[in-house]
Write a protein that binds this ligand. Sequence first.
Ligand code: CA
Length: 161
Amino acid sequence: MRLLVVEDEVRLAAALKRGLQAEGFTVDVAHDGVSGLHKAREGAHDGGYAAIVLDIMLPGLSGYRVCERLRAEGNWVPVLMLSAKDGEYDEADGLDVGADDYLTKPFSYVVLVARLRALLRRGAPPRPAVLAAGDLSLDPAKHQVVRGETEIELTPREFSL
Ligand code: CA
């Protein structure tokens, strides 16, 4: 099983790679958001990653944006987000952009592996269904609300309501 680790802290990325390889995974590493997104896209053509461990605070493109873009492209690879920040706000944001799970640094390696295995057992989530009521439809994946032929502009906060 192939995993992608996107983490700019080089030592942490190397430690994760070593540890996950010892668990029997094949591990690719990216050290910034742009190359992480690139690898994730390439991986999708190439059999696919079983899961992505995605740091939030990354140079170039944040983990939030990487996850958001993958989801917008219809890539539903399971994503475990990592953040140094603690707090419900971050978690809500992470889950909002389509992450499947969330871990706050510093985390225990054992917990990381357990969470990853749980994600892998679940597999890629089915794309959320478009909800429709009359001529109004809401697409949770695209964060889009459409009435008839017209898209209704909503902020992410409004959307989460
Ligand atoms: Ca970071």
